[in-house]
Design a protein around this ligand. Structure first.
Ligand code: FAD
Length: 391
């Protein structure tokens, strides 16, 4: 593994750092907008920010130039994402769609689909959601039951999805549907692009423990989808989905690590400013977290090294499992360190950092579930990395 920074990547890093600095006035208000109760205001701010980024083609530098990218490498894209996190600048509003859906469309989409959907997705002019999970199909996604029947040159879709992030904001969604109910579970699934404005689509937001409503139930009743919205081959959607989930786990995790490092530095400043850093126990716990986040960074380097050399990354499940559980422990510490102030919420007069750690602490409950639960990651590590037999 190479520990030295790669020269071409460092050049991209410096160029983007300067760009961020020059556009600071556009993103600086994020420090307060991020905590607003007004979800519409937050979404509008993020859309505007992403348009600015895309104006200079920074959203997906690894995409082809004719589709809004710079024709750069995936590693350069990761560097840009790392710098966004490091500066504590606003994230991409549709980061998941860019990390999961967009690369999938690059591999499996037709040229028309790529030209139609990718440029507005990168500029956040159109938002996307991913309709995979169902009430009885989460970890075992292949048992999904949402049905799509071919009628002439359309599909008619009936069923229900759940936990569909941003379905209440999205213009389009990539939906997994069963197109051949008599085939074995993995073989009769297809992927469809669904216009969320179509008649028969009902979106019901779910209120989360944080009070936000990012997740949704999506009900589909006789929704007519043009056959041209099929992504990949009919009944071979499972291959499409494996590509999509591979992207999700790999690229999102690396960015997550940088965000953790930024949070850690912020906690460090706060512990010193409040004098809590003088407590020996606090110092010891903090040093442990610093060590663990550094270890995560080394796992991240191994992942980058694999990607750079075109190898299939081997440690994605380790990174996902370790990173999500570390985030929960770390945020637990950040909240506990506040003592009685931990009970305050954003908007309270004496709340620490406008309740950002409280919000993140609650949200971190979801991290060990999203994109593959901890139990599923342990199964993968046991079977694929350690070669242990199935239970
Ligand atoms: C923050 C967040 C965002 C999400 N966004 C989306 C989205 O945009 N689109 C979408 O489609 N879905 C989304 N999801 C859903 C997510 O993909 C599922 O929650 C996840 O796959 C787990 O499925 P489930 O909730 O049905 O749990 P289940 O699969 O029912 O699991 C329940 C419990 O059983 C355990 N379990 C299940 N199978 C096994 C096994 N074989 N061995 C050991 N233990 C097992 C699990 O680990 C878990 O503890 C999101 C979830 C979260 C938390």
């Amino acid at each position: 593994m190479d520990f030295e920074p790669i020269a071409s990547l460092e050049q991209t890093r410096q160029e983007f750092r300067s760009w961020l600095q020059a556009h600071r006035s556009t993103w600086a208000p994020w420090a307060s907008v991020r905590h607003t109760e007004d979800a519409a205001q937050r979404v509008e701010f993020l859309r505007h920010w992403q348009r600015t980024l895309q104006g200079d083609r920074w959203v997906a530098v690894h995409f082809p130039e004719n589709l809004g990218g710079r024709g750069a490498s995936l590693l350069e894209h990761l560097v840009v994402q790392q710098e966004l996190a490091r500066a504590d600048a606003p994230p991409l509003i549709n980061g998941a769609a860019i990390s999961i859906f967009a690369p999938t469309l690059l591999v499996f989409g037709t040229l028309e689909q790529q030209r139609r959907y990718l440029p507005p997705l990168l500029a956040a002019d159109e938002l996307w959601c991913l309709g995979f999970s169902e009430p009885n199909a989460g970890s075992d996604l292949a048992s999904l039951r949402t049905r799509a029947e071919q009628v002439g040159d359309t599909f008619v879709v009936n069923g229900q999805k759940v936990w569909t992030t941003y379905a209440n904001q999205a213009n389009y969604g990539l939906f997994l549907v069963r197109t051949n109910p008599s085939a074995p579970p993995h073989k009769g699934i297809s992927c469809l692009i669904l216009d969320m404005e179509s008649p028969g689509v009902t979106v019901r937001p779910l209120r989360e423990i944080t009070g936000d409503t990012d997740f949704n139930e999506v009900f589909l009743e006789n929704v007519v989808v043009p056959a041209t919205n099929l992504v990949g081959e009919l009944n071979r959607g499972w291959e499409v989905i494996l590509t999509a989930l591979g992207h999700e786990r790999g690229t999102l995790l690396l960015v997550d690590h940088v965000r953790r490092k930024v949070e850690l530095e912020e906690l460090h400043r706060w512990l010193r400013a409040t004098g809590k850093a003088n407590d020996l126990l606090v110092r010891q716990r903090f040093a442990e977290f610093w060590t663990e986040v550094t270890i995560m960074g080394l796992h991240g380097l191994a992942l980058i090294s694999d990607l750079q050399h075109g190898r299939t990354p081997t440690n994605v499940s380790v990174l996902k499992l370790y990173g999500s559980e570390l985030a929960q422990r770390f945020l637990d510490f950040a909240v506990t360190a506040q003592g009685p102030y931990a009970q305050l919420w954003r908007g309270d007069l004496r709340v620490v950092r406008d309740g950002a750690w409280q919000h993140a602490w609650l949200m971190a409950r979801a991290m060990t579930i999203a994109s593959g639960t901890s139990e599923i990651q342990r199964n993968i590590i046991a079977q694929r990395l350690l070669g242990l037999p199935r239970s």
